[in-house]
Write a new protein. Structure first.
Length: 143
């Protein structure tokens, strides 16, 4: 039989272990849930308005790089005379900075309305690997 004092220590250790496991599992799940909910909300509420204001579509495309298939952000098709086209964006341009995913780009384009924005792009399509293509900096006033 285990003494009461030792039983209390076992119980405390088990409670501590349970709390630690919950934290280790709960934090990544909560973080992932937040990211997914944020993406759904921003893309559902902002995408159409931003594409209309800027005159072009924003989408994620998957490319093959060294056997991997990462997502890249692209512009196009563009509306003739729209803000993106006037700034020098070409159909298929790939965004390389300042953001890395569709949700962050939408927030960037929305939050800085009326401000001067700088977006680095490379030509899309087949050809040299993206990292070897010349970078063009697009400057536009966010409509």
């Amino acid at each position: 039989m285990v003494p009461k004092e030792q039983m209390g220590r076992y119980r405390k250790a088990l409670i501590f272990l349970f709390i630690a496991i919950v934290i280790v599992i709960a934090i990544p799940i909560a973080s992932l849930s937040y990211q997914v909910a944020r993406a759904i909300y921003v893309q559902a509420t902002k995408l159409h308005d931003i594409e209309t204001r800027y005159g072009g579509y924003i989408s994620g495309q998957y490319v093959k790089i060294n056997g991997n298939h990462p997502e890249v952000l692209t512009f196009g098709p563009l509306v003739q005379g729209g803000a993106l086209e006037r700034a020098g964006v070409l159909n298929g341009d790939v965004v390389v900075a300042p953001v890395a995913d569709t949700t962050d780009l939408l927030i960037y384009l929305d939050v800085y309305q009326g401000k001067v924005l700088h977006i680095d792009v490379v030509d899309g399509g087949d050809g040299l690997p993206l990292r070897q293509r010349p970078i063009r900096q697009i400057t536009l006033v966010a409509p």
